[in-house]
Design a protein around this ligand. Structure first.
Ligand code: ATP
Ligand code: MG
Length: 389
């Protein structure tokens, strides 16, 4: 039977006059994500987006993609039928018969948003429940803990029968909150940071610092693969790769070793915000979490932030590593993140980095060498690649 998807809006449903813009962004993102799978029709009504797959579409894959697009609180697979009890019962038997015949307990739930429908919700449940009990002698009703729930929705133009309802991706549609530039390493934390900001509607672009030959081509490819893994949630990602070697060498040769990491991070921020400005990105994003490593103490963050002219978002700042890992497993970046490749941050790392750097000292040390020409050159030679789903 031909299935369609009902995407129940989450926060979007609560948006007042702006609701239409959010819905349009949601549908635009869905279209983009589903287009490679074939033709789909999209309509919206009553805080629900209806996605109707065309012929020859891989419905399972399409459904799984819909579940990753931010904007829906819940996603259902359903079959459409006429708004009559006969048609609803017939559809339920035909659509769910195979499943119903191998379950022991069930219940029926009804939602009637069309109040002109002659039966009230409890009456719909009673009537359909009775029909299914007669038809499937293996079944009994269990309203508390049923093995299968048959849901009937009576909406404006049609009725819908479904038994699959899963959580949607939540959040608000990517693109409705502007753009920000993510500092993306090959680690576990920064991809999770991307996911979290995209969930709040931010269009994420990514910048990565590579230091060949200290870091390998394969390390860079790993970061590109992380971007690929993020596209089901973030959409296409503009990926900028900065040649960082000369800067790191200059830093090693000219600055006190114990301040190496902190100055390096300030220089990363400087370059990131210059690229961000060109891209109209209004903020930076990092995967930092307080106290995780020496460069993530409050004192170190004060020193890095002092180099920033735009806000720095750190969505995992208050999370434990185990909590971050849980999300990275959920979004399927974990296995890629733990592949053992070098990162430019681990090149020339000091034995004893300062955990309580003093801003004035850091600035003075940084100013003792003129990094500007190298910064300008790095920005100039930054490579762009668009990572598509
Ligand atoms: P992650 O797991 O994200 O790599 P981490 O715990 O390893 O983080 P650091 O290596 O100190 O921590 O990096 C902190 C943050 O700095 C990262 O989350 C990322 O946002 C940014 N960062 C680190 N290395 C790079 C890099 N090579 N390119 C771009 N950003 C980087
Ligand atoms: Mg790292």
């Amino acid at each position: 039977m031909k299935e369609i998807f009902l995407l129940k809006e989450g926060e979007i449903a609560l948006k007042g006059l702006n609701k239409r813009n959010f819905e349009e962004a949601f549908i635009k993102n869905l279209r983009h994500r589903l287009k490679p799978l074939g033709k789909f029709e999209y309509t919206r009504a009553q805080s629900t987006v209806y996605v109707v797959p065309g012929e020859d579409v891989d419905v399972d894959e399409a459904f799984s993609r819909c579940c990753k697009v931010f904007g829906a609180a819940a996603v259902c697979r359903a079959v459409v039928c006429e708004k009559s009890m006969e048609s609803i019962a017939e559809t339920a038997v035909e659509y769910l018969g195979d499943e119903l015949s191998c379950k022991r307990t069930f219940k029926v739930e009804a939602k009637r948003s069309d109040k002109h429908f002659p039966l009230k919700s409890p009456e719909i449940c009673a009537e359909l429940g009775g029909i299914l009990l007669d038809k499937f002698t293996n079944l009994s009703v269990d309203v508390k803990n049923p093995e299968i729930t048959v849901t009937v929705e009576i909406r404006d133009t049609n009725a819908y029968v479904h038994a699959v309802r899963v959580s949607g991706a939540g959040g608000i549609p990517v693109g409705t909150s502007g753009k920000a530039m993510l500092l993306l390493s090959g680690g576990i934390d920064s991809p999770v940071a991307a996911y979290m900001m995209a969930k709040r509607g931010i269009c994420v672009e990514a910048i990565h610092f590579a230091a060949p030959p200290y870091t390998s081509e394969r390390a860079r490819l790993k970061v590109e693969r992380l971007c690929e893994k993020l596209t089901p949630y973030c959409g296409d990602i503009k990926f900028f790769c900065v040649p960082f070697t000369k800067i790191q060498e200059a830093l090693r040769d000219n600055c006190p070793e114990e301040l190496f990491t902190i100055i390096m991070r300030r220089l990363m921020m400087e370059i990131a915000q210059r690229v961000a400005a060109k891209e109209d990105c209004m903020a930076l994003i990092t995967g930092e979490s307080v106290g995780q490593v020496a460069s993530q103490t409050l004192g170190a963050m004060v020193c890095t932030d002092a180099a920033c002219r735009i806000p720095v978002f750190r969505p995992v700042i208050g999370m434990d590593k185990t909590e971050i890992i849980e999300i990275s497993r959920k979004i399927d970046t974990f296995e890629t993140s733990i592949e053992p490749y070098e990162d430019c941050c681990t090149v020339f790392t000091p034995k004893h980095p300062k955990t309580r750097p003093i801003l004035e000292e850091v600035v003075k040390a940084q100013e003792s060498f003129d990094f500007e020409p190298l910064i300008a050159e790095a920005v100039e030679n930054t490579e762009l690649k668009v990572i598509k789903l």
